[in-house]
Design a protein. Sequence first.
Length: 468
Amino acid sequence: MCFLSMDQFAGLTPKQAVEQIAALLGCSPTSAEVASYLDTHDQLSHLREEFLFPKNAELPPSDLSLIDGSKECIYLVGNSLGLQPKMARKYLEEELDKWAKTGVHGHTEGSRPWAWAENNIEELMANVVGAKTEEVALMNGLTVNLHLLMLSFYKPTATRHKILLEDKAFPSDHYAVESQIRLRGFDPEQSMMLLSPRPGEDTLRTEDILEAIEKEGESIAVVMFSGVQYYTGQLFDMAAITEAGQRKGCYVGFDCAHAAGNAELKLHDWGVDFACWCSYKYLNSGAGGLAGAFIHEKHNHTIEPALMGWWGHDLKSRFQMNNVMQLQPGVNGFRLSNQPILLVCPLQASLEVFNRAGMAALRRKSLLLTGYLEYLIQWFYRKDPACPHKPHVRIITPSDPRQRGCQLSFCFSVPIGKVFQELEKRGVACDMREPSVLRVAPVPLYNSFSDVHRFVETLGCALNATQQ
């Protein structure tokens, strides 16, 4: 029998790949055989073994009268909280053991000295977001980092005081921007420029974003977008937005919470001014994990932190304690205090897996994996005019793979809450967002094509249950 390799899939659309494989196997494109074939030929499939999957019996909402409690759940919610890397426990235990045995000496001894432990993994993080190591700092939480960056990059004047962002930005971003505007004595009603999709559309068109920047750019101080929109799953054209904003004299920054570890980012090459992200979603560092920040090297000697702490002091003289600040250039000067070693450990465990895979390879798999999900959803649950009462699904995430990461956002013709409840009973971990969206994220680092097939089958059972 002739086989198609993953490299050959790269030249095909997901629809073409699925249908060619089905023809090769002599089965339906919706058969589980296709998923099994894709998994067998997935060169990244071994990475799944690096993570811990909850069992059905371990998930509180599961109904064990409907499913086998000993089987792994269908985990498609890495866009909210990534799975635990198996090495996280080992690394944590190493540091707890070091603390128990050496006490204060752990600050300078061992494989990850606490006094600079985060520095050891910043190169790994930089590879994930497409940056130089010295442009990345691991510190704080996402919103704290956003505030620190905005304090330096948002410099409003009487004529240039607006911040451009999506109308439905993640609430934390919205609140941060609003409070930064008030802090400078401006009115959010006048200075927050919120951009909405066209009437009847779910996502923003790139040309509308660029047009808004071109039209209002002289009054915009900062363009502040997400990399991937949390609700719709839209991946913004960060390169085009950056170029357009900077051409009009604006600083351009991104919240990459849903983009880091999901899309292939090139923050340095795109010339992005600043960015920040959390690490507990696609980067699998655990709830409340250590966040990241980026400042392009071009700002190393022109942008300084508005707030300073001793961790922004040059490491070589930091412990001289003379109270004369020797500020590190760029993003490193924005550090405030030493990082919690127990948060460094799980992030290190995850980043090591990322760097064995590489973002380019993960993105190639992601295009096929999410395309496979889209194909099956449209096959089984597209609106059928001949059966108007049959439950159906509408995908609001862009169909163009270049405009999305791995997440697809679904709207249903039946109440979303009931669908979500029935999925959880059947061992599916996904994510409902008000008012009407189910977010499903097949993560290429650890999800399989069989996970996707199982989900689509289970969705059919859940939809049937809503009709009873």
